[in-house]
Design a protein around this ligand. Sequence first.
Ligand SMILES: NC(=O)CC[C@H](N)C(=O)O
Length: 367
Amino acid sequence: MEQKIGYLVLSTGDVLEGKWLGEERASEGELVFNTAMTGYQEVMTDPSYAGQVVTMTYPLIGNYGFNDMDYESIKPSLSGLIMSHPCRTPEHYESSFTLEDMINKHEIPALYDIDTREVTRIVREHGEVYGKVTSDLGDIPNQLHVDPEIVKKVSVKKVTSLCGQGNCERTHISNQHVVVFDFGYKHSITQTLDHLGCHVTVVPFDTNPEVVKALQPDGIILSNGPGDPKDLGYLVENIKEVTQSYPTLGICLGQQLVAIAYGGTTKRLPYGHRGSNHPVKNVATGKVMITSQNHGYVVDGDSLNKEEWTVSHVNVNDHSIEGLVHRYMPIMSVQFHPEAHPGPMDTYTIFQDFISMIPAKGEKQYA
Ligand SMILES: NC(=O)CC[C@H](N)C(=O)O
């Protein structure tokens, strides 16, 4: 079948020609690229990509199909998908639908036959680029910042216990209760907590500390999420209060928000870390883990109060901050994705470290 021509029109003035996969659906967002060779389903359903047009640099997408297990959220929230070759005849014993089915089901704006190397070159050269997928060559991207309210769009609307709804594999009656602040959390985070025996409650991103207190958590996770962390600066008092009251793990956006809450700042990376093979060094042990990443911003090391914070992990490629621990309080955070998906599971120990910061039941509670 003859496929319709579509364009990726960029804020740099560049225009790339491709073809529509699925319906023509004009859309725009920040243009980013992901270098993972596998894990396209997890990438497409990671809410941190909300407001972004995601280019997959690996040339073949869809070759092992899609399934009902690998969703990282209920539905994709990315603004568009750019690829080179879509595979229409997947082969995998767990595959239950195709890339095109996924695109049609969730109405994802998607272009293929795009020169993804050229897209990557442009993003690497310019850093912050916005793109519009369209059939109209006269279109230009109008939004030059991800919606400052984007987290509100992806976060749960009410306090949600993941136990007692068929989501827990065990009953965790005597185990730790972890409250996850949902800035756009990935399901692999709560699934990992479940595997570690935790009872999990997910709360909206702007939940008041009093509401959290009533839930009687043993620990807090500040999740990953989309957009510019500085747009959530109005939450610093909430974040400071909960992190001073309970052992906390911040993940990606969660790390950035911890830094901001304690007086630090964030800055843009030259062109983001998005892929599943980013080497990260544990500063204390020298051990390097291969990590899954998806972020465009990073904590500015110069902005941190060194009497309060220690850098626990650094990126081997560009030496950017990958992990923080508080010197006196049980607060830790990482810039990479310890839950992986996609990517290697080297970083599972981060969750174990977090759980071990929580006093056992019956012991004196922190705070
Ligand atoms: N995965 C995330 O949490 C991303 C955090 C933030 N939106 C960034 O791009 O840096």
